[in-house]
Design a protein around this ligand. Structure first.
Ligand SMILES: C[S@@+](CC[C@H](N)C(=O)[O-])C[C@H]1O[C@@H](n2cnc3c(N)ncnc32)[C@H](O)[C@@H]1O
Length: 366
């Protein structure tokens, strides 16, 4: 189930698993306030914990929600059949975004546009099964072709993680003579659903996934989590909306708007980042009690000649404002670049983490 769709800066399931097992018991509440693809939610459910997750990005919300439940193969395939029947009987008068033909054949684009209009754009109101099919569809939007030319993805051969720009793909496709697949994308979705669900464990435990801002979490969550296991956005390393723009397009966000529609907190300079973390830590500390643990995965960031680490920010600044929690432990993982806890990537603003750290906070008992 973790394989449904890649996500930049995801942490490995084993990391979430380790902390959930060691910092909580069965039936305890686990919360991930920056849920991404829903790694914590799924691991928590599999370990019989009550999981809650929040993210401010629609793409992350859809992926996390897809992991909040287990599904029976037949019920998902029945729903998918309905989509295909609806498509086949539809008198097609939806405008097709010609520019997307850089990535997709006309035939594929027609089917994708149908899914976008009827399901993608309505991501907030879909039921669990429809959301699951949408998450699978997101995972197939783009990715590499095999040497034989076959591909499980809908697009010409490209990265499955980062949505590449139109100009780059246009030039690359011309140079390499890349072919855009022409097939029935409903069959591709069906194959993928079978592949994912056949190998996955069924659990009756359900999780709750919310679309919301974690800086205001104390205003709308009233559970007392035993463990908050999370990885906040990094210091100006990843722009989740821009780097996933093709997937965001499927959800109804115009590629031209890029990040304008969605005011996500992931484009920080150092001053904003400290403010962001301050707000977050003050808010999260309000829902913690003496039994709660907050564990945050935050890698160090290298910018030109300086390394920014969260522990430095905490010691020099944040701890004077956030007085209800105390930093009790730091796990440091100086691992090599191919085996990082978070597979974030660098850009011109700075290099992503060389060292992963996990910060453990406890509530101060007065
Ligand atoms: C480092 S990623 C988390 C990845 C996740 N651990 C995983 O394994 O997929 C950080 C996430 O925080 C989300 N985010 C950024 N600002 C937020 C906010 N104010 N409230 C909630 N989520 C936010 C981003 O959309 C992104 O998905």
């Amino acid at each position: 189930m973790h394989r449904i769709c890649s996500y930049v800066a995801m942490f490995p399931p084993t990391l979430a698993n380790y902390f959930i097992e060691n910092y909580s018991e069965e039936n305890d509440v686990i919360l991930d306030t920056f849920s991404g693809r829903g790694t914590t939610v799924l691991e928590a459910r599999m370990l019989n914990r009550k999981a809650y997750a929040i993210d401010l990005n629609p793409f992350a919300y859809v992926l996390s929600k897809a992991k909040s439940n287990s599904f029976l193969l037949e019920e998902v395939l029945d729903e998918l059949k309905k989509w295909e029947v609806q498509y086949n009987s539809y008198n097609f008068d939806i405008e097709i975004d010609d520019e997307m033909e850089i990535y997709y054949s006309r035939a594929n684009l027609k089917q994708i546009t149908f899914i976008k209009e009827f399901y993608g754009k309505n991501w907030r109101t879909l039921d669990e099964i429809q959301n699951f099919i949408l998450a699978i569809t997101l995972g197939l939007m783009h990715g590499p072709q095999r040497k034989s030319g076959d591909s499980m993805y809908f697009s010409l051969s490209m990265s499955n993680c980062i949505s590449m720009s139109k100009n780059y793909v246009k030039n690359f496709a011309n140079k390499k003579n890349l072919k855009r697949p022409e097939d029935n994308i409903f069959s591709k979705i069906e194959n993928r659903i079978k592949n994912i669900l056949k190998g996955s464990k069924y659990s009756k435990v359900q999780a709750k996934v919310l679309y919301g801002n974690s800086l205001e979490i104390s205003n709308y969550i009233d559970v007392k989590p035993k463990l908050i296991f999370t990885s906040p956005p990094y210091l100006n390393i990843i722009n989740y909306t821009q780097q996933n723009w093709i997937k965001m397009w499927l959800l109804g966000y115009d590629s031209k708007d890029k990040n304008n529609d969605l005011k996500l907190d992931d484009k920080h300079n150092i001053k904003n980042y400290i403010e962001f973390m301050k707000k977050y830590l003050i808010s999260i500390s309000k829902i913690m009690d003496k039994n709660s643990t907050l564990a945050m995965v935050i890698g160090d960031v290298q910018k030109v000649n300086e390394v920014y680490s969260f522990d430095k920010m905490w010691n020099e600044n944040l701890r004077f404002y956030v007085k209800d929690i105390v930093l009790t432990e730091i796990y440091t993982d100086p691992i090599n670049q191919n085996n990082k806890a978070t597979n974030s990537m660098g850009n011109r603003a700075g290099k992503s983490t060389r060292i992963d750290k996990i910060y453990i906070f406890k509530k101060v008992i007065k």
